[in-house]
Design a protein around this ligand. Structure first.
Ligand code: FA5
Length: 354
C-alpha cells in the first residue's frame, strides 16, 4: 500500500464525503441495501474504518487535527444508519399491515343462488291447490309393513294384484319399501276418526325398468276423503277442479274404468293433452289424452280393515304421479332429467328462483 501522507489522507476523506452525497444511509431503499452500505463504510474493511486505521501513519499533530474529523463522521454515519433502520422497519410493518388489511372496496363474494327443484315446485303447487280445497297434510314412512302396503288395502297375500307392484323387500326383515303412498290412507284412518280429508305427498319405490316415463324411485300425492255420503261424483268434481287449477281453465278430465283392489269402482284419470289441445300429437300418442292418475271410491273392505263402518262412511281416494305432472307443466319429455342434477337442465326453470 502506498505511503499515507496528510495530503493523500485528506484527498481520500474528501472523496468519501463526496460519495456520501449519493450513497447516504438515508437513501437506502431497504434493510438489505442499508446493511450493505454499512459494511462498505463502517465494516472491518469499510472505507471509513480504513481511513481511521491509516491515521497511525501520520504525525501526532496531524492525527490530533484529522482524527476528530474522522470520528465525527463515523458518529454521524452511525446515527444516520440507526435512524434509517428504524424508519425502514416501521415501513415494513406498515406494508405488512396494509397487505393483511380488510379492503372494503373489494366487491363481495356472492355465493351462487339456489333454486327450488322443479319436482319440489310442482309438488308445492299441487299441495297448495289441494289445501285450498280443504285437504290437510299427512305423512307416512318410506319403509312400510306388508300389512299397510298390501293386506289392509284389500290386497291379501297371493292376490294377483300384488303382481302389479314390483316390490323392493328388505333383507332379513318383514318390511318393504312402499310401492305407493296408499298405505298412508291406512295409517291416517287408523289414527283418526272420520270425517277426514288428507293428502299425502312422498317418495315411492318400484323395481321397474327405467325409461323416459318410468323411474324406480318417484313421487306420488295421495288424496283421501271420508265422510257420510261421499260418492264418485265428488271424486269427479274434485279432480276436475284440481286439474283446471293446475293446468288451466280449459283442461278437461276423462275417467276410464280401471281396477285397483282398494277402490270400487276404480278409474284411470286422463287430462286433455296440453300440447295439442286434444287434437292429437306425439306426446299424447294421437289420442288427445294423457294418463295421469289412479282413483276410485274407497272399497268397503278397506274401511272395515281400519274399523270404519262401511254402512255409515264412504269416501274416495286418488294417487297421482308428481313426475308426470311436472313433465306436463314444464314440457319435459324424459323423466330421468329430474334426477341427473344437471344444472343446465335445472337452471331453465327461472320461475323457481328463490
Ligand atoms: C297407484 O299407485 C295407486 N296407489 C293409486 C291410487 C290411489 C288408486 C288411490 C286409487 C286410489 P298406479 O300404479 O297407477 O296407482 O300409480 C299412480 C300414478 O303414479 C300413475 O298414474 C303415474 O302417474 C305414476 N307412476 C306410476 N308408476 C310410475 C313410475 N315408474 N315412474 C313415474 N311415475 C309413475
Amino acid at each position: 500500500m502506498a505511503q499515507v501522507t496528510r495530503k493523500s489522507w485528506e484527498a481520500a476523506f474528501a472523496k468519501l464525503e463526496a460519495s456520501l452525497k449519493k450513497l447516504s444511509p438515508s437513501k437506502a431503499k431497504d434493510l438489505a441495501a442499508l446493511d450493505r452500505l454499512r459494511v462498505a463504510l463502517l465494516g472491518r474493511s469499510g472505507t471509513l474504518t480504513e481511513l481511521l486505521k491509516s491515521l497511525k501513519d501520520l504525525s501526532i499533530e496531524e492525527r490530533r487535527e484529522l482524527g476528530p474529523k474522522a470520528q465525527e463522521l463515523r458518529a454521524a454515519l452511525e446515527a444516520a444508519f440507526d435512524a434509517r433502520k428504524t424508519a425502514l422497519e416501521a415501513q415494513a410493518d406498515d406494508d405488512a399491515a396494509a397487505e393483511n388489511a380488510l379492503d372494503l372496496t373489494l366487491p363481495p363474494h356472492v355465493p351462487p343462488r339456489g333454486r327450488v327443484h322443479p319436482l319440489t315446485s310442482t309438488l308445492e303447487e299441487m299441495t297448495r291447490i289441494l289445501s285450498l280445497m280443504g285437504f290437510s297434510w299427512a305423512e307416512g314412512p318410506l319403509v312400510e309393513s306388508d300389512d299397510n302396503n298390501f293386506t289392509k288395502l284389500n290386497i291379501p297375500e297371493h292376490h294377483p294384484a300384488r303382481g302389479m307392484f314390483d316390490t323392493f323387500y328388505l333383507k332379513d326383515s318383514p318390511l318393504l319399501m312402499r310401492t305407493h303412498t296408499s298405505p298412508v290412507q291406512i295409517r291416517t284412518m287408523e289414527s283418526t276418526r272420520p270425517p277426514l280429508r288428507i293428502i299425502s305427498p312422498g317418495r315411492v319405490f318400484r323395481h321397474e325398468a327405467v325409461d323416459a316415463t318410468h323411474s324406480a324411485v318417484f313421487h306420488q300425492v295421495e288424496g283421501l276423503y271420508i265422510d257420510k255420503g261421499v260418492s264418485f261424483a265428488d271424486l269427479k268434481g274434485t279432480l276436475d277442479v284440481f286439474m283446471q287449477k293446475l293446468f288451466g281453465a280449459k283442461t278437461r278430465t276423462r275417467f276410464r274404468p280401471s281396477y285397483f283392489p282398494f277402490t270400487e269402482p276404480s278409474a284411470e284419470v286422463d287430462v286433455s293433452c296440453l300440447f295439442c289441445e286434444s287434437k292429437g300429437c306425439s306426446i299424447c300418442k294421437n289420442s288427445g289424452w294423457i294418463e295421469l292418475l289412479g282413483a276410485g271410491v274407497v272399497h268397503p273392505n278397506v274401511l272395515s280393515a281400519v274399523g270404519y263402518d262401511p254402512e255409515v262412511w264412504s269416501g274416495f281416494a286418488f294417487g297421482i304421479g308428481v313426475e308426470r305432472i311436472a313433465m306436463l307443466r314444464l314440457g319435459v319429455s324424459d323423466i330421468r332429467a329430474f334426477y341427473e342434477n344437471d344444472l343446465r337442465f335445472l337452471k331453465q326453470f327461472d320461475e323457481n328462483l328463490v
